[in-house]
Design a protein around this ligand. Structure first.
Ligand code: TRP
Length: 334
């Protein structure tokens, strides 16, 4: 029997953190671009999660970064897909009243205790030692995120393995709603890509904005990129360290040939300088090209893109929310 071919709908949210670095590019932006390529017929909703950003940022910071991050993503290659009509780029709060309204209905399907068990939240609570002090929006995070996804009837959920617990929660909310009111929501499948481990160039831990000396920002000057890469920690000849592994990961992603270097390095030869020199060139080229392209994208153009994207998102989200209200007999009294 021929299987019904259902149109794929992909939804993904971007955190509104300013100052993207190479770790963000390799871990989030590149996988997103690959996903768009992998599903040439899919409808794709991509948004900057500014409401989520309020969990641990000032409103003014989020308001500033949300446009910058849209521009960054466009300059990193998303621009190519905007005119296809199947990629809708917008800012979450453009449909804020729709997603937050749906999230309120969904919030009935979980408990405070269960929310606190979502791994990403547990980590945040532990890391900040704010247990008991975290604002309620942190606990609400999985509910809002489920709403972001379900409101577009996504068939495919977030990108990145770290987001899988959220996808599970989303499916749980959708399934519970469907059990109560009929088949309203599509339960999204995971499209998980491996999260690359890009470490700080200096010392331990992941590459992060909070340790700028070990992070390669896309806004760094050519000179600074070269300086940072040439001073990056590697490992003594004949040995491997997490820092070196991370550098190799970056190198591979930028098509630097690592095989010869590794063989020589493991044989005890001093070849790190040469290897880093090539990596410097590639990364500096990348950053310079990115900055050049970014400078050609006008603010008005960004605004037009998100207005169009927001409009498409609103049409789709309104449809779902209307169905939800109807099955709950909560449609407006007119
Ligand atoms: N939680 C995601 C992150 O940390 C951001 C996000 C918010 C998201 N809402 C989403 C991702 C909906 C996918 C779908 O990066």
């Amino acid at each position: 029997m021929p299987k019904e071919v259902k149109k794929q709908i992909i939804v993904t949210g971007i955190r509104p953190t300013g100052d993207l670095h190479i770790g963000n590019y390799l871990g989030a932006v590149k996988p997103l671009l690959q996903t768009i390529e992998k599903y040439p017929d899919a409808e794709i909703y991509i948004f900057v999660a500014d409401l989520h950003g309020l969990t641990d940022n000032e409103a003014a910071t989020v308001a500033k970064f949300r446009f910058e991050v849209v521009k960054d993503y466009l300059a990193l290659g998303l621009d190519k897909y905007i005119n296809t009509g199947r990629v809708h780029l917008f800012i979450q709060s453009q449909i804020g009243e729709l997603v937050s309204y749906l999230s309120l209905f969904l919030s009935r399907y979980t408990t405070f205790n269960d929310l606190m068990r979502v791994p990403t939240l547990k980590e945040k609570l532990r890391a900040n030692q704010t247990e008991g002090q975290a604002n309620a929006l942190l606990g609400y995070y999985p509910i809002l995120m489920a709403s972001d996804i379900l409101i577009h009837n996504a068939t495919i959920g977030p990108i990145g393995q770290d987001q899988l617990p959220h996808l599970e929660k989303t499916r749980e909310f959708g399934a519970k709603f469907n059990a109560e009111f009929g088949e309203v929501f599509t339960l999204p499948q995971a499209h998980s890509v491996e999260n690359l481990r890009i470490l700080s160039l200096k010392g331990v831990g992941k590459m992060s904005k909070s340790h700028p000396e070990g992070a390669l920002f896309l806004s760094d000057s050519e000179k600074l990129v070269k300086q940072k890469v040439s001073r990056a920690e590697t490992a003594t000849e004949g040995t491997i360290s997490p820092n070196l592994e991370s550098l190799l990961t970056i190198a591979k992603e930028f098509n630097v040939n690592t095989a010869e270097f590794l063989t020589d390095h493991m044989a005890g030869k001093q070849v790190a300088g040469l290897f880093k020199k090539e990596l410097c060139e590639r990364l500096a080229d990348f950053v310079v090209n990115f900055q050049k392209k970014r400078a050609t994208i006008a603010d008005a153009e960004v605004m037009k893109i998100i207005i169009d994207g927001g409009r498409a998102a609103r049409i789709n989200a309104t449809k779902t929310l209307d169905i939800v209200k109807n099955v709950m007999k909560f449609n407006y009294i007119k």
